[in-house]
Structure formats: structure tokens, C-alpha cells
Design a protein around this ligand. Structure first.
Ligand SMILES: *Cc1c(COP(=O)(O)O)cnc(C)c1O
Length: 395
């Protein structure tokens, strides 16, 4: 035991230092072997591995189409572009989310309209969402933050039928809502394979949809807007024919090296989630007697994908501030992070929209009080016990 003093008048006796990282990707020998094939056969960009990854990802998430892209951010941009969203349109996004959810709306020349979140779930508040709808509203992007699905039934009821629902599934690979997998709950969904998410391809994303037309347009837009001509389709490839380019597209293609890694990771997804769920429930049991630390919500029927385990430090009850608690944990080796940030409190959006922090009280509370504690598939029991011991030493 060592006594750590932070800027508070109260000393805290913390357990001996043991490093526990907030998040670590689970990759290794199998992923290493998987990249051999594309490197050896020379098919490096989008090819057979990406096609297989898409097929298996679509199966696992029970959707008709899955299109691999370079990130969740580019996938969300692609989704909005495929829905024809542009200048004059409004897209409603939660005020507590990773900034990319709002940025993609600006990329389209449309206006991001923020809605507050419920600090109990960290997800968009359907009642506040309903108040933000105007005649210009074209879409809403509910975020399944940290792996917990947003309240999709209430969201569907909060907006008119013609408003598209684009799920930000960045944290929600393998998550489900009332038994239905994320990614097929709206017009489209977009996942992330950044190393901070449950499964990774380094960078990468996946657009999912059950809508054939959206899939067809998104498929073309991710590849420079190329479309195979009718002549090509009917007569088969002819050497002098290039595809037609009738749309302004992008290059958002995933490489086959990433597709190969994605296939290995996808096969581990359900094991990763089961293990995280086991330790999440253990955390909830072990930490239940700390009155100032609120646990995340876990639906009774499961479905939480546990991209992160995000607690809420009650400022009224905590022995010191959240930031000092984070420093104390760090002094004993335990890494923590705020859950994510309030978009309206970030410089760009605060200035763009003239927002005050109190404009979205739920998002502000989450910004100031959430604390993610370590939960990932490279922790062992001793790591988990250390995190709990450190939290109990504070409170
Ligand atoms: C990580 C994340 C993103 C961005 O994903 P990238 O693949 O890094 O572009 C978007 N939205 C949310 C909610 C995220 O957590």
C-alpha cells in the first residue's frame, strides 16, 4: 500500500501499482497468418477476402447487404450520401457521441441538429429527439454508445415515417435490441473496426442495409461512383469499356489485407462479447456497494456488446472529483477515460452553433461525469480484481 496525495485534503491508500490498460486489441498469430494470402497472391485491395468478410458479417448481423469501407466515419458519410442528403437538409444526432457522428453531416453540406441524451443509458433521448424534428429533417443517427442499443422503438415513433434512421454501430458489433442484431434496425447501419472497438482491422468499417437501392448506390459511391454499364452487364466484359461515372463518388474501399484480418476477428466476436459480458456482470456485482459509482445499464435479455464499460461518477456523492478519482486510479496503474465527449462543448460546434454547455444538460453531465474503466479481452482475473480493489480503496 502506498499513500497518494492528489489535490484534495483527503489521503487515499491505494493498492500497489499494476498497469491495466483501458483497451487493447486482441490480435496475434492468426491475424498474422491471415495476411499472408493477399500478400502472396497479390490481391491487395478490395477482393475475395473483403467479399467473404462482407458475406459473413451480413450473416452474423442478419442483414441483406454489408459493404466494407475504410472506417465508420467514411461509412457514415457514404450512407448519408447514398440517401441523397445534402445542403438544406437536417440530420439529428445525439449531443454525446464521438465527434464523427456529427462531422459526417457537415461533410454532406447538411446541418447537424443535436438532441440530448439520457445519462442513464448515454443514448439519444427520444423525447428530446421528437422536439428537434422540422420539415427539413431527413435522417436521425442514433448511436448505440459503448455497445448498448439505443431505444429504437421510441426513436421510430419520435420521427415521421419518411425520416431515415442510420444507426451509428461503431461500438455495436454483435449487439442486439430485443433480440434483433444492430445494423438492421433502420435504413442502414455503420460499424467501426478501429482498434478501440471490439473487433478490429486496424482502421475499417462496414455499412449494412436491407435496402437494395441504398446498397447499390453506396457500392458505386465507395468506388469513385463507378457503375457497370448496361452494355457491360448484358454482353459481358469488353476490353475497351470502362465503367460509367454518373455520380460523384469517393474511394472508401477496404484492402483485402484488412478483409483477411476482419474474417479472423469476426469469428472471435461472440467469444469476445461473452467474455466481456461475464466480467461486466462481475464488475456490477463487485462495485454495487460503492454508492457514488453508477453502473452501466445491461438489458435483462442481454444484447449489450460491451465495447466499453462506462460508469458514472455521481458528483453529489463522490469523495472527490471525477478527475481526481481518475488520477488516483492512474497512480495505481489503472487507466480510465471519460466515456466520450459532448459534441456541443467541442470548439468547432460550440462556435458554429453558439452552444452553451447547459444547452444539453444530459450530454454535459455525461461529458463531466462518465468514466470508462478497463474491460477488454486481454485482461486476466488479477487485472479485474486490481481495478475493483483500487475503486474500493477510494470509496
Ligand atoms: C469510434 C466511433 C466512430 C468513428 O469510427 P472510425 O472507424 O474511427 O471512423 C464513430 N462513432 C462512434 C460512436 C464511435 O465510437
Amino acid at each position: 500500500m502506498s499513500t497518494n496525495r492528489v489535490a484534495t485534503d483527503r489521503p487515499f491508500a491505494m493498492p500497489a501499482h499494476r498497469p491495466v490498460q483501458i483497451s487493447l486489441p486482441s490480435t496475434g498469430e492468426e491475424e498474422w497468418q491471415a495476411v499472408r494470402a493477399p500478400l502472396m497472391n497479390g490481391w491487395l485491395t478490395q477482393g475475395p477476402k473483403v467479399a467473404e468478410f462482407e458475406r459473413k458479417f451480413a450473416n452474423r448481423h442478419e442483414v441483406k447487404h454489408a459493404l466494407a469501407v475504410t472506417s465508420c466515419t467514411t461509412g457514415l458519410h457514404l450512407a448519408l450520401a447514398a440517401l441523397g442528403i445534402g445542403p438544406g437538409d437536417e440530420v439529428i444526432v445525439p449531443a454525446f457521441t464521438w465527434v464523427a457522428t456529427a462531422n459526417v453531416v457537415v461533410y454532406c453540406g447538411a446541418t447537424p441538429v443535436l438532441a440530448d441524451v439520457d445519462p442513464v443509458t448515454n443514448n439519444i433521448c427520444p423525447r428530446d429527439l421528437a422536439k428537434r424534428v422540422t420539415s427539413r429533417t431527413k435522417a436521425v443517427i442514433p448511436v448505440h454508445l459503448f455497445g448498448l442499443c439505443a431505444n429504437m422503438d421510441a426513436i421510430r415513433h419520435a420521427v415521421p415515417g419518411h425520416v431515415h434512421i442510420v444507426e451509428d454501430c461503431a461500438c455495436a458489433a454483435g449487439a442486439s435490441y430485443s433480440g434483433r442484431p444492430a445494423g438492421g434496425l433502420g435504413t442502414c447501419g455503420v460499424f467501426s473496426f478501429h482498434p478501440r472497438k471490439s473487433i478490429t482491422t486496424g482502421e475499417g468499417g462496414m455499412l449494412t442495409t436491407n435496402n437494395d437501392r441504398v446498397a447499390e448506390i453506396a457500392n458505386s459511391l465507395r468506388n469513385h461512383g463507378a457503375s457497370v454499364s448496361e452494355e457491360h452487364r448484358h454482353r459481358g466484359p469488353t476490353p475497351y469499356l470502362l465503367p460509367e461515372f454518373n455520380l460523384l463518388g469517393f474511394n472508401y474501399r477496404m484492402t483485402d489485407l484488412q478483409g483477411a484480418v476482419g474474417l479472423v476477428q469476426l469469428a472471435k466476436l461472440d467469444r469476445f462479447i461473452a467474455e466481456r459480458d461475464k466480467w461486466a456482470r462481475w464488475y456490477m456485482k463487485e462495485l454495487s456497494d460503492i454508492p457514488w459509482l453508477r453502473m452501466p445499464q445491461r438489458p435483462n435479455d442481454g444484447g449489450h456488446a460491451w465495447q466499453a464499460f462506462v460508469t458514472f461518477v455521481d458528483p453529489e456523492k463522490a469523495p472527490t472529483t471525477r478527475n481526481q478519482i481518475m488520477e488516483l486510479l492512474q497512480s495505481a496503474g489503472v487507466a480510465t477515460r471519460p466515456g466520450t465527449h459532448a459534441v456541443h462543448m467541442l470548439g468547432y460546434y460550440a462556435k458554429r452553433n453558439g452552444h452553451k454547455p447547459t444547452d444539453f444538460p444530459g450530454a454535459m453531465a455525461c461529458d463531466l461525469n462518465t468514466m470508462a474503466i478497463p474491460l477488454h479481452n486481454r485482461m486476466d482475473e488479477v487485472d479485474y480484481r486490481h481495478v475493483v480493489a483500487c475503486l474500493k480503496a477510494i470509496g
